[in-house]
Design a protein around this ligand. Structure first.
Ligand SMILES: Cc1cc2nc3c(=O)[nH]c(=O)nc-3n(C[C@H](O)[C@H](O)[C@H](O)COP(=O)(O)O)c2cc1C
Ligand SMILES: CCCCC(=O)C(=O)O
Length: 389
């Protein structure tokens, strides 16, 4: 019989016969608390935190929880194939690791460990341009794993051009351009501790190692790290950008381009007109606009507007296999997951990230089968019911 992601379940039980249990919980919602006990409130506050009073992050969860699956019976789900085509590639499952910056605050092995975990499980890794490790080093750790690159679209054209050239040379194929962070959101949990993580990785980080970025500094990073961080916050993104500016990226990147952080159907239409390949329906895990629409509530209208012109991906709030099922049933081709793998990294390095990927996909495989499906492309709105708010 073909290997299924769900086999992880019996692997765990069978290992139990020799007295061993998983090192981390299989209910991934428990990871945040454990990571905080291990690493303290500063780093975990940054990762767990969100904009304002946290209402958007809560709404993301509520919008997924409110939708309930209506399982179907007797539909032969013995042989399942979770693979999906995304941006011209066949992925083993509808999952990728979301770009999460400054991972050295979670674990000293940081992004390379997360990227190795993704490559080992065959899942694409989207490297953040705010990585605490230079992108070439992360790419070098990945073997032939699928490398996608996330761009914060800098004010300084030379810095953007340098990032694109470096990413291309390092073998990154798709470009994820994050649109929802032209400014950093209002994040009280970090503000109250005056905790901005960039000073913690100024010696190593991707930005600070970039020649075009360094050219803009009056003194070398090591001599005045605070000035380097000040320069970074002033230029990593550009609130003056508008839709026509996308032409610069289209001209300077040969591979697929995906716009991350689209919530309005008209923005999806503009994305299609701009000639990009996809969008990620996302509110940045609730970290940017407090009071914003829940990502899952925005998804169906974006899917409708995209038609067959764009690949629609989804993130913000995915914690379980049934969340993945719901996002696909609402029209996403695949999902990204952020915080859970950052906690897995914090608790157990590469192995912790692999644990998170395997738990999510085992539970998704079982949810799919137990709901009467054997392919991730077949769930639809007909498989869901929506409870009253
Ligand atoms: C600590 C942290 C750092 C992040 N850094 C980035 C980043 O550098 N670039 C980006 O596009 N998104 C970034 N994100 C947003 C994620 O890519 C993703 O949209 C979000 O985490 C999804 O929500 P989830 O954490 O609920 O899965 C970050 C999220 C977190 C939690
Ligand atoms: C400068 C912001 C980079 C990290 C980020 O996107 C986040 O914390 O959400």
């Amino acid at each position: 019989m073909a290997k299924h992601w769900a086999d992880f379940q019996y692997e765990i039980y069978l290992q139990g016969m020799t007295g061993s249990v998983p090192r981390l919980p299989t209910d991934l919602t428990r990871l945040e608390e454990l990571t905080e006990q291990r690493l303290g409130q500063g780093p975990v506050g940054y990762v767990a935190g969100s904009a304002g009073s946290g209402s958007t992050a809560a709404a993301n969860r509520a919008a997924l929880d409110r939708r309930r699956i209506v399982p179907r019976m007797l539909r032969d789900v013995e042989q399942r194939d979770l693979s999906v085509e995304v941006l011209g590639r066949s992925l083993p499952a509808p999952l990728a690791l979301a770009p999460v910056g400054v991972l050295s605050i979670m674990h000293p092995e940081a992004e390379p460990a997360a990227a190795r975990a993704a490559a080992a499980q065959g899942v694409p890794y989207i490297l953040s341009s705010a990585s605490s490790t230079p992108m070439e080093e992360v790419a070098g750790a990945m073997g032939d794993g699928e490398r996608w690159f996330q761009l914060y679209w800098a004010k300084d054209r030379e810095v953007t051009a340098s990032f694109l050239a470096r990413a291309k040379a390092a073998g990154f194929t798709a470009l994820f351009v994050t649109l929802d962070t032209p400014l950093l959101g209002w994040r009280p949990r970090d503000l109250d501790r005056a905790y901005l993580p960039f000073l913690h990785c100024v010696g190593t980080a991707n930005y600070f190692s970039d020649p075009a970025f360094r050219a803009g500094l009056a003194k070398p990073v090591q001599e005045d790290p605070q000035a380097a961080v000040r320069h970074f916050v002033g230029m990593f993104a550009d609130p003056a950008k508008t839709w026509p500016d996308l032409a610069f990226l289209r001209e300077n990147w040969d591979g697929p381009i995906v716009l991350k952080g689209v919530l309005h159907p008209d923005d999806a239409r503009r994305a299609a007109e701009a000639g990009v390949d996809g969008v990620v329906v996302s509110n940045h895990g609730g970290r940017q606009v407090a009071g914003s629409v829940a990502a899952a509530d925005a998804l169906p209208r974006v899917v409708e507007a995209a038609g067959d012109r764009l690949t629609v991906l989804f993130d913000s709030g995915i914690r379980t296999g049934d969340d993945i099922f719901k996002a696909l049933a609402l029209g996403a081709r695949a999902v990204l997951v952020g915080r859970p793998y950052a906690y897995g990294l914090g608790l157990d390095g590469q192995a912790g990230v692999e644990h998170v990927i395997r738990c999510l996909l085992a539970e998704f495989d079982l949810t799919l089968a137990l709901s009467g499906h054997s392919r991730p492309t077949t769930p639809s709105a007909d498989d869901l019911t929506e409870e009253a708010r």
